[in-house]
Design a protein around this ligand. Structure first.
Ligand code: ADP
Ligand code: MG
Length: 485
């Protein structure tokens, strides 16, 4: 299904490419040994290199290089065996060097791709243009102290991967799917934690529009630093509508950088193309080109974990899961691992269903991640065994599950302590049925005309046993008795 926006003069299509900044998971910064942990006291993690002291010499952190290559491999991308760090010159109060060390002409990673899982099981491939390494800047605080701006350089020099997509994205939803998928892959690889609240993953959205059927692309605007999935979609939608309105009123879109104001839900001009910087890139004379050997690259490739697309396909093939369920389970590696541990000891489809719906629901409500699940995979598998052998009815199993979540106890213990077993021994239920038939001659008459009324009797028996009777077993005893009444 293609996404279009209806304007006054016709149908319009959205064209979007994303530039994502992902903070590299690494203990030390890109060119210094200073720590990178989030939330440290201001300026407690700053080496003279990060502070831009004159004469300091940056040294490439090979772990950051390895992380960038792993990411490139995870994005099925070309790895460039030689890449070059360049100086991108601009004045910025958060950047004491006066330039950012980045990559430009020769990035470490070239073309790759990401596969989006669309609704209905279809997939769509979005091209990756490139991935390069660069330094992050510090952070100014303008309202922490009256009459002064303060600066925290902890983030200065932290390694970022800038991941640029081709203009292949065609709707706000696709942009969100792209961000989610990229985040999932980065988290599987362990190359970025994907924490958007802490700024580990930020995105600039490039947006243009064109009429349906039109060839080529029109002028784009770039929306800077969108920091949540929800805002990505809203910013793109707002910006597309703004551009359509402009064209339909006879105006033209100017190439510019805009900001998304999440309070107002609108984008605002930040700077136009005329004000665009001339960064005067040139190779950083302090740094040699980064060279990689085939052995190194193959070593990193061999160390990659199973990635979400492959895992999803395996879940479909080996466990017979539907594409949707498989997609939900692989979105987080911890969830996929949990499911596999349950599926090793229980029927996989039931395991998937309980992981997604029951466990997912309770975790969501409690605001917990799967890592904090009070129910271990073995315990869920044990519950599914009790369900399968008829000890528990579907309803009782859900009750027991809720108690397991609350207490962390094994299902066997909860069932025993609370005498929750499904009653399958009919000798205790027969008297209840006999009494019921005796007390309700009217309903028995109705049953003779309409056999469906057996459901009413079954319901009464279930009620009388506190839901512990097995409905099929009840009906087996009930039917001959009703027929004979
Ligand atoms: P620059 O070098 O000026 O940053 P790029 O060619 O690197 O420009 O493109 C930056 C981003 O903009 C990429 O993600 C690309 O997909 C996207 N993009 C390029 N042209 C368009 C367009 N006409 N409409 C929407 N996005 C575009
Ligand atoms: Mg660019």
């Amino acid at each position: 299904m293609t996404y279009t926006i209806k304007g006054a003069t016709g149908e319009w299509e959205v064209v979007c490419g994303l530039e994502v900044h992902a903070q590299v998971t690494s203990e030390a910064k890109l060119f210094s040994g200073a720590a990178t942990v989030y939330g440290g006291a201001p300026n407690s993690q700053v080496s003279p290199i990060d502070a831009g002291m004159p004469g300091m010499l940056p040294v490439v952190n090979r772990e950051c290089v390895a992380q960038a290559v792993r990411t490139g491999l995870g994005l099925e991308a070309e790895i460039n065996k030689v890449s070059v760090f360049e100086r991108k010159n601009y004045f910025y109060p958060d950047l004491p060097q006066g330039y950012q060390i980045s990559q430009y002409q020769h990035p470490i990673v070239g073309k790759g791709e990401i596969h989006l899982d669309l609704e209905g099981g279809d997939t769509k491939t979005v091209g990756i243009t490139r991935l390069h390494l660069e330094q992050d800047a510090g952070k100014s605080m303008h309202d922490a102290q009256d009459g002064a701006s303060l600066i925290d350089l902890n983030r200065s020099g932290v390694a970022l991967m800038e991941i640029v997509s081709e203009p292949d994205i065609r709707s706000p939803d696709e942009a969100v799917l792209y961000m989610r998928k990229l985040r999932t892959i980065l988290r599987y690889l362990g190359t970025c934690d994907g924490n958007m609240e802490e700024g580990s993953l930020r995105c600039d959205a490039n947006v243009s529009v064109r009429q349906v059927g039109e060839d080529g692309f029109r002028t784009r605007c770039e929306i800077k630093n969108v920091n949540s999935m929800r805002f990505v979609a809203r910013a793109i939608e707002y910006e597309a509508k703004r551009q359509i309105e402009l064209y339909e009123q006879g105006g033209d879109v100017e190439q510019e950088t805009r900001l998304f104001d999440s309070n107002k839900g609108e984008t605002r001009s930040m700077r136009s193309k005329e004000e665009a910087h001339d960064y005067r890139y040139f190779p950083d004379p302090d740094l040699l080109p980064v060279e990689l050997t085939d052995d190194e690259i193959e070593g990193w490739r061999a160390g990659l974990p199973e990635l979400p697309d492959a895992k999803k396909q395996r879940f479909i093939d080996d466990f017979g899961l539907g594409a949707y369920d498989a997609g939900v389970l692989v979105a987080e590696r911890a969830t996929a691992d949990y499911f596999e541990a349950v599926a090793a000891k229980a029927e996989p489809k039931a395991a998937a269903n309980w992981c997604i719906n029951e466990l997912g629901g309770l975790l969501n409500k409690a605001g917990k991640g799967i890592e904090q699940s009070p129910i271990a995979p073995d315990q869920l598998a044990a519950l599914l065994a009790l369900l399968k052998d008829g000890t528990l009815s579907g309803k009782l199993a859900k009750d027991v599950f809720a108690l397991m979540f609350e207490t962390g106890d094994d299902p066997q213990k909860i069932v025993k302590d609370r005498a929750l077993e499904q009653v399958t021994d009919m000798s205790s239920i027969e008297p209840i049925i006999d009494q019921l038939i005796k007390d309700n001659p009217g309903q028995v008459e109705t049953y003779k005309k309409n056999p469906k009324v057996i459901g009413w009797f079954t319901g009464q028996v279930m009620k009388a046993t506190g839901g512990k009777a097995n409905p099929q077993a009840v009906q087996q005893v009930l039917k001959p008795k009703l027929d004979a009444a």
